[in-house]
Design a protein around this ligand. Structure first.
Ligand SMILES: NC(=O)c1ccc[n+]([C@@H]2O[C@H](COP(=O)([O-])OP(=O)(O)OC[C@H]3O[C@@H](n4cnc5c(N)ncnc54)[C@H](OP(=O)(O)O)[C@@H]3O)[C@@H](O)[C@H]2O)c1
Length: 272
């Protein structure tokens, strides 16, 4: 048993659900959060059936709502006794040009992808330092490159990566490890959520070859955490892509990005 408490945000699907399945055997108490509480309960039943000594707490929380975040933080602070792992996983994207994005989606992305990560980490950090524990933040390969048609999402993930690096350096004398995970594309509900109404699904050959299994992302992330790494690019192809992207000079990136094919055709939204 590595932890007394593990908290995973966004555990109702995709990577969060996979993290919950793998981490269930490494803690006494697991708190899983999301808006779709019915899904969390089904997952909790599955996990408690597989792990007899495990207590699973399903916490309904809309991370885009600051009062919901405060309630979650309050509950977590009361529950923290001993080694704790916080997995900041919840996140969402928005495909299409930024000028056509819906105002509500813009706000939600900033709240969930940025504010929730910053606030949850801040609220738990002093106890993590005192009692021991780790933080895993889910960023993206998109953190390494400005992305037209995905500009805000890539910027929020660049925040997560930069935040993780800074925090890691601040905490180097403590026992708290901070890992930033930068997955490439993974088959989850992410694409469906990010697509705007009426947008077609377009998967190009190269992108199709580039997918990583959710299981691989979780396995590589937890191995990286055990080894005390600062950043993890799950799977060799994503690691290589990250190395190449980070080595490119900005002038060259701009040249390529300005000549990009218009992959996402979107109609301006009147309600924005
Ligand atoms: N899939 C990819 O290709 C990919 C690649 C790189 C990085 N990532 C990152 O990986 C993380 C997990 O994404 P995924 O691929 O597993 O996508 P997913 O299947 O869509 O899961 C997203 C999770 O976030 C939760 N979430 C979304 N909005 C929320 C809100 N307002 N309040 C609370 N929870 C919310 C969702 O739960 P509810 O809807 O039930 O609230 C869901 O559990 C994200 O941070 C994403 O940016 C994904």
């Amino acid at each position: 048993m590595e932890y007394d408490l593990i908290i995973i945000t966004g555990a109702s699907s995709g990577l969060g659900k996979e993290f919950a399945r793998v981490l269930a055997g490494r803690t006494r108490t697991l708190m899983i959060t999301a808006r779709r509480i019915d899904r969390l309960r089904i997952l909790a039943d599955e996990l408690t059936a597989a792990h007899k000594d495990l207590t699973v707490i399903c916490q309904l929380c809309d991370l885009s709502d600051s009062s919901d975040r405060d309630k979650l933080i309050c509950k977590l602070q009361q529950m923290m006794h001993g080694r704790t792992l916080l997995v900041n996983n919840a996140g969402l994207g928005d495909y299409g040009e930024y000028s056509c994005a819906q105002k509500e989606r813009v706000r939600t992305m900033v709240q969930v992808n940025v504010a929730a990560v910053a606030e949850l980490t801040h609220a738990l950090l002093s106890r993590l330092v005192e009692q021991g524990g780790d933080v895993v933040n889910i960023s993206s390969l998109a953190a390494d490159i400005p992305l037209p048609d995905f500009a805000l999402y890539a910027a929020t993930k660049a925040f997560v990566a930069s935040f993780g690096e800074g925090l890691r350096a601040e905490l180097r004398e403590s026992k708290v490890r901070v890992l930033t995970v930068c997955p490439g594309p993974v088959h989850t509900e992410f694409g469906e959520v990010a697509r705007r109404p009426g947008q077609e699904r377009r998967d190009f050959f190269l992108r199709r070859r580039f997918y990583t299994e959710a299981k691989t992302v979780v396995r590589d992330s937890l191995r990286a955490l055990e080894k005390g790494r600062t950043r993890c690019y799950p799977s060799a192809k994503v690691w290589l892509a990250g190395c190449i992207l980070r080595s490119l000079p900005l002038w060259f990136l701009r040249l390529v990005l300005n000549r990009r094919p218009r992959r996402v055709v979107s109609q301006p939204l009147k309600s924005s």
